[in-house]
Design a protein around this ligand. Structure first.
Ligand code: RIB
Ligand code: CA
Length: 317
């Protein structure tokens, strides 16, 4: 089986950590690099967490490139330690690097993304699960990325599910709506794994009890998730330790696309005002002539939750 080559752009983050470990645990994928961005915390913290996660996983061979510290146009006005913990890793005390030798490569994320994709035309799938700043900056550096990238899979946006940081906006697109607009307008082979599917795929105490008894990856996820579970209980009143599986669901799509279905619609992103970060899909196919994205709307939710759990449980056993 030839493995899908993944560049992972991320703001770890509890669910980002789950997605990265899921990728590393999946034989269908080869992670060729990790790029970091502000979002769930500062880029200093998300870069530290990415480096620590790869160290924990025994995969320091995978390069980490540090990316944007703030949105392209707006000031940095929101991080999400209230959801992911002070260390953005569920308050497990990751306030420093786990090893003094850990460090990002010298190239900034946008340059690394552009160079990696252009060096392997048609081969790289970019999975982006944070604000889209690095991806937009890479497109500005190298517009030919549009034709050189195999697919861009983003966790972000929503077609018909209410927003999670405003009535209409999903957090990653709200965080840098101007970057999101660049990405959606570029004409990329773009798949949107938005709240329409990621809020259908729940994991709960039954999944995490299994992971607690499993191999190293599973035990680690069981360790970082309680703070995130509590944030979901506070925000949505979810029972039984339920969480939404935003970033791992996006990675699950890269692993097993047949578990999802969607539609291609012309899209636009609102950059300002009360609808900041809103993704508008032309579901009647008659009002917009902007580039289309493949928007996932349906998912076999139990099977995706099972895939995530089984892969994490088996890894590092
Ligand atoms: O809206 C969910 C997204 O926001 C996820 O990527 C999560 O990690 C946060 O960044
Ligand atoms: Ca994320």
């Amino acid at each position: 089986m030839s493995r899908k080559r993944i560049l992972f752009d991320t703001d770890p983050g509890v669910d980002d950590a789950m997605a990265l470990l899921l990728a590393l645990a999946s034989p269908e994928l080869e992670v060729v690099g990790v790029t970091t961005v502000f979002g769930n915390s500062t880029v200093e913290a998300t870069t530290r967490n990415a480096l620590n996660l790869l160290h924990f996983a025994g995969r320091t061979d995978i390069p980490v490139a540090r990316g944007a510290a703030r949105p392209m146009v707006l000031p940095l006005d929101r991080t999400a330690e209230h959801v992911h913990g002070e260390d953005a890793m569920g308050n497990i005390g990751w306030h420093a690097l786990l090893h003094p030798d850990l460090k990002p490569i010298d190239r900034p994320a946008a340059q690394f993304i552009a160079a990696t994709i252009m060096a392997h035309p048609g081969e790289i799938t970019l999975v982006a699960v944070g604000p889209l700043t690095n991806v937009a900056l890479a497109l500005q550096l190298e517009p030919r990325l549009v034709h050189a990238v195999r697919e861009v899979v983003i966790m972000g946006g929503t077609v018909s599910t209410p927003g999670n940081v405003s009535p209409v906006a999903e957090a990653n697109l709200y965080a840098d709506p101007h970057a999101a607009a660049v990405v959606f307008n570029a004409g990329l082979p773009l798949t949107m794994v938005g709240l329409d599917v990621t809020m259908q795929v729940k994991m709960d105490d039954s999944h995490f009890a299994r992971l607690r008894q499993a191999g190293r990856f599973g035990q680690f996820v069981a360790q970082i998730v309680p703070f995130y579970q509590e944030a979901h209980r506070r925000r949505y009143g979810y029972p039984n330790g339920q969480i939404d599986t935003h970033d791992p669901s996006a990675m699950a799509y890269a692993i097993a696309p047949s578990l999802f279905a969607g539609e291609r619609w012309s899209m636009t992103v609102v950059t300002d005002g009360p609808a900041r970060g809103m993704t508008i899909a032309d579901r009647r196919r008659r009002f917009l002539n902007t580039p289309a994205a493949y928007c996932l709307m349906h998912v076999d939710a139990p099977r995706v939750a099972q895939l995530i759990t089984e892969r994490l449980a088996a890894a590092g056993a």
